[in-house]
Write a protein that binds this ligand. Structure first.
Ligand code: NAD
Length: 512
């Protein structure tokens, strides 16, 4: 059985591993290959290669770096089906869904192609007599990306293309559960012409992560994963003097107002809750319905829709969602169903009763759509991220109650409101304490030229991802103040503090 390699200095590297993990196809439960887990020596080798490549790469004109990404974008387009299949085989999401996630990553590569424009600095002429000021962006050095299992193409593509076009070199540590697609992404970038050592990939688990976030030659860390790990990576990385952005988990609410189109809202919320088996950080897991009459009507529609959700593998026709990532995760999610029942919530649709019809998939990690009614704010199924196809309904009496509920939740990644009223929508968007808001849009993942990032426990950083925020994160500013010895000098000016407008010009004598 094959072992998935690391990628160092431009080549795939197989090592004698002391530690190894099986990689499963979640749709069948079969082990499809193994992945070697890097130790701290291998991590050090990857960082040293990135460090060695940094001087030449950061000195390469931005437009030349960007040209590699134009070729990369063409290669990604050509290989999209291969990439989607790798995502689907190891993650379990359906092929169309996997293809969509690769496309979302490619959009960030398109953004990276515009690096020369994004990296433009500022120039002020004559800030004092004959003195000019330039502010420019420079690369940080070796940057690190640590990514979760659920988007093995999209999230790495959110990180390394923008880091690299800014002139940094990079070490990627993808999830050990979905290692193949990130490897293919790296291979394709070398095919596009990336110089050796600029991007390296380490397969591994928390041992590799620990070595990366404390390594003295690492300048910055971009992390996406669960909140507990995000918080600890942020703390350790900062303590070791690194720039860190760490994106965590979520519990995303949809608010359904009485004036909403309830058929559309039910369809949209079911898709956002159960698509990809709920394993999306922007999945909707709580629907807050305003008014008892609306709630009764909405719950009836949502129950019917949830009962119709079908399970499938890869490109099976008419399937709505695939399996969960692992047997362990399946057990965790089904345990939450027991918790919800013991807390008094009403399980209207029980996904445990749904099985995959194909005998080949009977060992797959499948769970059908699950719908709880009468969830309240004190329940664990409300407070905690489940990360599976489990949607809870909370009934409230008015808009303010809905807003207060969302605002008091510890997570703040995404949210959506369903209404036809502009005032309500605008007030919600303005007052909700959540980073990404959809108005009649269930999964408001921003376009790549807008900021992606949650609030509260969903982020441990000041700078979001995507667009100009990523350029900000992966560069630091330098301001250069310049004067040339064209004119005479005033007396006694060299010893006192001056406002910029008073900075005196130098005499020719000072520059013999
Ligand atoms: P995870 O936190 O278990 O793992 C993420 C990465 O951290 C992996 O590369 C893993 O190897 C590493 N890791 C795991 N445990 C570690 C530890 N103790 N110390 C150091 N490193 C460790 O997350 P996951 O299960 O792969 O992904 C699902 C989570 O990611 C969910 O909570 C989901 O909401 C979140 N997520 C967030 C976003 C976002 O943009 N906010 C996007 C996708 C996923």
């Amino acid at each position: 059985m094959a072992t998935i390699p690391h990628w160092l200095n431009g080549y795939a590297v197989h090592t004698e591993a002391t530690r190894q993990l099986p990689v499963h196809n979640p749709a069948t439960g079969q082990v499809i290959h193994h992945v070697n887990l890097a130790d701290s020596d291998l991590v050090n080798q990857a960082v040293q290669m990135a460090k060695k490549a940094f001087p030449d790469w950061s000195a390469t004109p931005a437009i030349k770096r960007a040209r590699i990404f134009f070729k990369y974008k063409a290669l990604l387009d050509k290989n999209i089906d291969v990439l989607a299949r790798l995502v689907s085989e190891e993650h379990g999401k359906l092929l169309d869904d996997a293809r969509g996630s690769v496309l979302r990553g490619i959009e960030v590569v398109e953004l990276a192609c515009g690096a020369p424009q994004l990296l433009k600095g500022w120039f002020s002429e004559n800030v004092a007599t004959d003195v000019d000021c330039t502010t420019l962006r420079q690369a940080l050095g070796v940057c690190v990306g640590i990514t979760p299992f659920n988007f093995p193409a999209m999230i790495p593509l959110w990180m390394f293309p923008l880091a690299l076009v800014c002139g940094n070199t990079f070490v990627l540590k993808p999830s050990e559960k979905t290692p193949s697609c990130p490897l293919k992404l790296v291979e394709l970038l070398y095919e596009a012409g990336l110089p050796e050592g600029v991007l390296n990939l380490i397969q591994g688990d928390k041992v590799a992560v620990e070595a990366l976030i404390t390594h003295p030659d690492v300048a910055a860390i971009s992390f996406v994963g669960s909140s507990t790990v995000a918080e600890s990576i942020h703390k350790t990385g900062i303590a070791h003097g690194k720039r860190v952005q760490a994106f965590g988990g979520a519990k995303n609410h949809a608010v359904v107002m009485p004036d909403a189109n309830l058929d559309q809202a039910a369809e949209a919320i079911a898709g956002a809750a159960f698509g990809s088996a709920g394993e999306r950080c922007m999945a909707l897991s709580i629907a807050v319905v305003v008014g008892q009459k609306t709630a009764d009507q909405f719950v009836a529609k949502l129950t019917t829709r949830s009962q119709r959700v079908t399970l499938g593998a890869q490109d099976e026709k008419n399937a709505d969602m695939g399996p969960l990532i692992s047997h362990e995760h399946l057990k965790k999610v089904t345990h939450y169903l027991d918790i919800g029942l013991s807390e008094g919530a009403n399980l209207l649709v029980d996904g445990r009763l749904v099985t995959h019809s194909n005998p080949l998939n009977q060992q797959g990690y499948y769970l059908g759509a699950c719908l709880f009614d009468h969830v309240n704010a004190h329940m664990r199924i409300y407070q905690e991220e489940i990360f599976g196809p489990v949607l809870g309904i909370v009934r409230v009496n008015n808009f303010q109650e809905a807003l207060d509920l969302v605002n008091s939740h510890p997570y703040g990644n995404g949210t959506a409101i369903f209404t036809r009223d502009g005032d309500t929508a605008r007030t919600y968007a303005s007052q909700v304490h959540v980073g990404m808001v959809g108005i009649n849009v269930p999964i408001p993942v921003p376009a790549p030229f807008h900021a992606f990032g949650g609030w509260k426990k969903s982020i441990f950083a000041d700078i979001a991802m995507h667009g100009t925020e990523s350029i900000q994160f992966f560069t630091r500013l330098k301001t250069i103040t310049t004067r040339w010895p064209a004119h005479g000098v005033r007396d006694n000016q060299a010893f006192n503090m001056k406002s910029s407008a008073d900075i005196s010009p130098m005499t020719a004598e000072e520059f013999p």
